[in-house]
Design a binder for this molecule. Structure first.
Ligand code: ZN
Length: 675
């Protein structure tokens, strides 16, 4: 039971849509309704059962999930005020007062002395001091009241309450709700139960991995100066290749993305008009007006004059307009069907009479400057190594499957820069490039990344809209797209696994089928083409996790994908500790022990993710980083999440420390010998 689950989120397959509860179509014509404003908020959920329901709504939850001492759970989420209000009946609220101030539930004391087993007791040191993490089980189960008393090397001591964790009704044990700051380096801990049980253990160091190679004087690092949109990332890849042609290749991945582009739209009350051409290919030039003929007994008429569509509305004997939305839709599709398609707004029945509207330009609403290409995009991989012939152990590092995770490409670029610029001067780096064959993909999802940079910073998915017309009005545009990391073919939604959605508007939409998206096909193409790849790091943000397969379980019976063998699991854990040691060496950032482990144990089920496909179909050690560890706030004595796009000063540091982790993984690959 090493590694209690930090949370127990069951992602239900129930499909609900946020838009189903949307207000009816605006009566007045003019500019279409804007998407609801969303923000990154920490919500408080009463318990794990409720969290399952929250996930089932299709809510866009981040990976930062934090159990609280009172049994509630805090989770960061991207929500609008309306979405937050819709969750209120479930007992969800914005997290406010520190949870420590809430009144803990009082569990009943056990009748007889219970038996306590300490599963793990570790200390770690961050830039903020010493922290303690303890996990223990009581034979009395979750109702036991446990506390952990520690003794420090220097004689200090203290006592910390422990909280029970249950997952789908199963008791997993007690732990400190979050790692607790302590005044001294703990050496012994005694766990005591109100029911009489007690156990004692020596507190071990975490992560206590192999120390990273000492860097030589003059080792060069810190090559990141700002967040970079996809165009800049590609330029950097090409520039590195030009400068280091002997050590690199640029691989143009075969599957073009759909492109940073959309069809142009306008909305006239309950009538939504969408151009057949993309906005950048003529759709944005179209315009439409709804005209009151100003006379009695006129028929409904649609005329097209070049790019201008004029709808003359029907009137009755008194001159009042009689055309309904359904009639206008039919007339537009008949009269201007070579330019646009008209559809009803969401669930509108089309029976309302349409109001006149002035000439309205259709728009794709894309705000990136004109030099950001609207064409399908080529995804690039930078191959680095002294011997790029397939004879060396391959390492794949790929980032930004999720568009809004701006730090993640920086991790890969910083890594590439360090490897190439230290090759000539640093023997340790030279050894890595002699012994491994490295494939770096800074941005898997460039279309979504552009949308995140220029249009909607919380964009998680790619830009391809698979929604039917009823969910494709302009105000829904921030919710379209496929979650690239739910679009893979192992343990997928389509196989009955949990943690992806069939709802095209959900943050975890799996797409219309496995590998439907070019972004996921590109990643798998690398694994299939370069069979020497044995290690892979899927770089995400944020929350400070380090994870490996299995990453999903089935809805029926919560059966996970097969566990790695004991020996493989030990290798995953040992490697994790080495990599986490390297991350911590940079600025004292420690990845918590309870956030190190298989995805299904430490986070939640994520159906159809890439690391699972790499491991189960290709035998590649497939890891996931969630860069961006919580920051300890000594004033409030709480851990605080860093968000997807922290101020660059913080994002910069995250890139540097996780590049050190990535280089440590390349070191593991250099030492790897197949069993
Ligand atoms: Zn992610």
């Amino acid at each position: 039971m090493r590694g209690l689950r930090a949370s127990a989120v069951v992602l239900s397959l129930t499909i609900t849509t946020f838009l189903a509860a949307s207000p009816s179509a605006p009566a007045a014509a003019g500019a279409p309704p804007e998407p609801e404003v969303t923000s990154l908020v920490t919500i408080s959920v009463p318990d794990t059962a409720t969290l399952e329901k929250v996930v089932a709504t299709g809510a866009d939850l981040t990976e930062r999930v934090r159990p609280q001492p009172d049994g509630s759970i805090q989770v960061d989420a991207v929500l609008s005020e309306g979405q937050l209000a819709a969750l209120a009946p479930l007992g969800v609220e914005k997290a406010g007062a520190p949870a420590a101030q809430k009144t803990p539930k009082t569990p009943k004391a056990a009748a007889a002395a219970d038996q306590i087993v300490i599963e793990r007791a570790v200390w770690f040191r961050t830039r903020d001091g010493y922290f303690l993490s303890v996990e223990a089980t009581s034979s009395a189960g979750p109702t036991a009241t446990l506390s952990a008393a520690w003794r420090g090397r220097g004689g200090a001591s203290g006592t910390v309450p422990m909280v029970p964790y249950t997952d789908a009704g199963a008791y997993l044990g007690h732990q400190l709700s979050t790692p607790a700051p302590v005044a001294d380096r703990p050496s012994w801990v005694t766990v005591t139960s109100a029911g009489g049980g007690t156990a004692q253990a020596r507190v071990k160091e975490w992560p206590d991995g192999e120390r990273p190679d000492r860097t030589i004087p003059g080792y060069r690092k810190d090559f990141i100066t700002q967040y970079m949109p996809p165009g800049q990332l590609n330029e950097r890849v090409k520039a590195l290749h030009r400068q280091f042609p002997q050590l690199t290749d640029v691989i143009a991945l075969p599957y073009l993305t759909n492109g940073y582009r959309r069809h142009a739209q306008a909305q006239f009350g309950a009538v939504v008009v969408t151009s057949l051409a993309y906005g950048s290919e003529g759709g944005n030039d179209l315009a439409m007006e709804l005209v009151d003929p100003g006379a009695q007994g006129r028929p409904l008429q649609v005329t097209v004059n070049g790019k201008l569509i004029t709808v003359s509305l029907a009137t009755d004997a008194s001159g009042a307009i009689t055309s309904t939305a359904a009639q206008v839709i039919a007339a537009v599709n008949a009269g201007a069907g070579s330019l646009v398609k008209a559809t009803p707004y969401r669930t509108d029945n089309g029976q309302g009479v349409v109001a006149p509207a002035p000439l309205t330009q259709l728009s794709d609403f894309l705000k990136a400057p004109a030099d950001v290409s609207r064409e399908p995009a080529r995804v690039l991989a930078l191959r680095i190594g002294a011997h790029r012939d397939g004879s060396r152990t391959g390492v794949l590092a790929y980032a930004q499957e999720h568009a809004r995770e701006w730090v993640t490409p920086l991790v890969t670029i910083e890594t590439a820069e360090r490897l190439l610029r230290n090759y000539a001067r640093d023997p340790a780096t030279r050894r890595l490039l002699q012994r491994t064959d490295i494939f770096i993909v800074p941005t898997v999802n460039p279309d979504g990344a552009n949308y995140s940079f220029y249009d909607y910073n919380f964009q998680r998915k790619n830009m391809t809209n698979h929604c039917p017309a009823a969910q494709a009005d302009p105000a829904a545009r921030n919710s379209w797209g496929v979650d690239v990391n739910r679009n893979y073919a192992v343990g997928s939604l389509f196989d009955g696994y949990v943690g992806a959605s069939a709802n095209c508007l959900s943050g975890t939409y799996a797409g219309p089928g496995e590998h439907s998206e070019p972004e996921s096909r590109n990643v798998i193409w690398l694994a299939r083409t370069y069979r020497n790849i044995k290690f892979a790091m899927n770089v995400h943000s944020y929350g400070g996790y380090f994870m490996w397969p299995p990453g999903a379980y089935q809805a029926a019976g919560r059966v996970t994908l097969p566990r790695p063998t004991k020996a493989q699991e030990a290798y995953f854990l040992r490697s994790a500790r080495t990599i986490e040691e390297a991350i911590a060496a940079e600025r004292g950032t420690v990845t918590w022990p309870q956030q190190t482990g298989p995805v299904t144990d430490v986070l939640y089920s994520a159906a159809g993710n890439s690391a699972d496909e790499l491991w189960y179909d290709f035998g590649i050690f497939g890891w996931d980083f969630e860069v961006g560890n919580d920051i300890w706030n000594p004033a409030t004595r709480t851990w605080e999440g860093v968000g997807f796009q922290p101020p660059f000063e913080e994002g910069h540091k995250e890139a540097l420390e996780y590049a050190s982790g990535l280089i440590a993984m390349i070191g593991l690959a250099a030492d790897y010998r197949a069993p």
